[in-house]
Ligand binder design. Structure first.
Ligand code: NDP
Length: 298
């Protein structure tokens, strides 16, 4: 295997230590405890796991966790009323509404009801606009985690060719904005892209955010490229009768060619939650007119 493995799990653990350190200083110096509210509507099993992990890590970092679980039949108006209450609650510095929402709800309307200053997911239209125009915003956690791993690995990204596969609002598009902000030459690929293999072969940086198990083979990767695999796909393993998680990248073949690669699990996933915690501390500092935490997001 040629590629270095980018250890997102270890990176995230270091980041959580820094978050915990900032939180204890906020408590000691200012008597403030950052608070994160997570709202889960329905019983999607994957969402339940994510919410449980977020709560555990929030509490472990010394922050307050407010969890709101609503039934799948909850009327949208009730969810909007809850968001309004959380917006007004001074103990809540970050609000996250776990997606996907049930089909009878308009996710855009719900996300845009969150106070942009508490929108720690960075999905509110104001934060999207701020990011797109290069202004200070709340940056979506998954792309932010990817960027931090890329900076750590490569230093300056200026002038590099980057291909982002996937154009979703939560990963692909903000990822492309961040890479553009780093002066990469960015290509966004999607399901209508012609000759994806050829597009990917040009890239010094490949970010795969598609949701198709092991779609990107090693034969598409430029030798020495850095490969960030955002995908989380659960597949059956017939030999054991169990399931396991794989990414959007075929790890074994890509690791033969790439210079560095993130594994699944243990790559982007842990960084996403660590960035959520960091965004909550940032939101708390901004809400209290305090300087932004130094060295948390690098
Ligand atoms: P979406 O389904 O919203 O978007 C998928 C994107 O992939 C779309 O833009 C789609 O194109 C594109 N696509 C689909 N098929 C192809 C194809 N054959 N060739 C090229 N592009 C294709 O997914 P998300 O962005 O929400 O998530 C992507 C993956 O990342 C999922 O596996 C998800 O579980 C994972 N994820 C992981 C997170 C983490 O913390 N690690 C956080 C968030 C997501 P088009 O627009 O044309 O349809």
């Amino acid at each position: 295997m040629a590629a270095d493995i980018i250890d997102g799990k270890a990176f995230a653990a270091t980041m959580r230590e820094k978050v915990a350190d900032h939180v204890s200083r906020l408590k000691a110096d200012h008597g403030i405890t950052p608070g994160l509210a997570v709202v889960l509507v329905g019983e999607d099993p994957a969402s339940q796991v994510y919410v449980r992990n977020k709560r555990k890590q929030t509490v472990e970092c010394g922050m307050q966790s407010f969890e709101h679980r609503l039934s799948p039949e909850t009327p949208e108006a009730d969810l909007l009323a809850l968001v309004k209450r959380l917006n007004a609650d001074p103990a809540v510095h970050g609000i996250l509404v776990q997606l996907p929402l049930p089909p009878h709800m308009n996710a855009d309307a719900v996300i845009n009801a969150i106070d942009p200053a508490k929108d720690v997911d960075g999905f509110h239209i104001s934060n999207v606009g701020l990011l797109g125009t290069g202004q200070k915003s709340m940056v979506p956690c998954t792309p932010l985690g990817c960027l931090m791993m890329l900076r750590d690995r490569l230093g300056s990204l200026s002038g590099l060719d980057a291909v982002v596969i996937g154009r979703s609002n939560i990963v692909g598009k903000p990822m492309a904005q961040l890479l553009l902000g780093e002066s990469c030459t960015v290509t966004i690929a999607h399901s209508r892209t012609r000759d994806l293999a050829e597009v990917v072969r040009r890239a010094d940086i490949v970010v795969a955010a598609v949701g198709r198990p092991r779609m990107v083979p090693g034969s598409w990767i430029k030798p020495g490229a850095t490969v960030i695999d955002v995908g989380i796909n659960r597949i059956a393993v017939p030999e054991t009768g169990k399931t396991r998680l794989v990414g959007d990248v075929d790890f074994d073949s890509c690791a033969q060619v790439a210079g560095a690669i993130t594994p699944v699990p243990g790559g982007v996933g842990p960084m996403t939650i660590a960035c959520l915690l960091a965004n909550t501390v940032t939101a708390c500092c901004r809400a209290n007119g305090l300087p932004e935490p130094d060295g948390l997001i690098v």
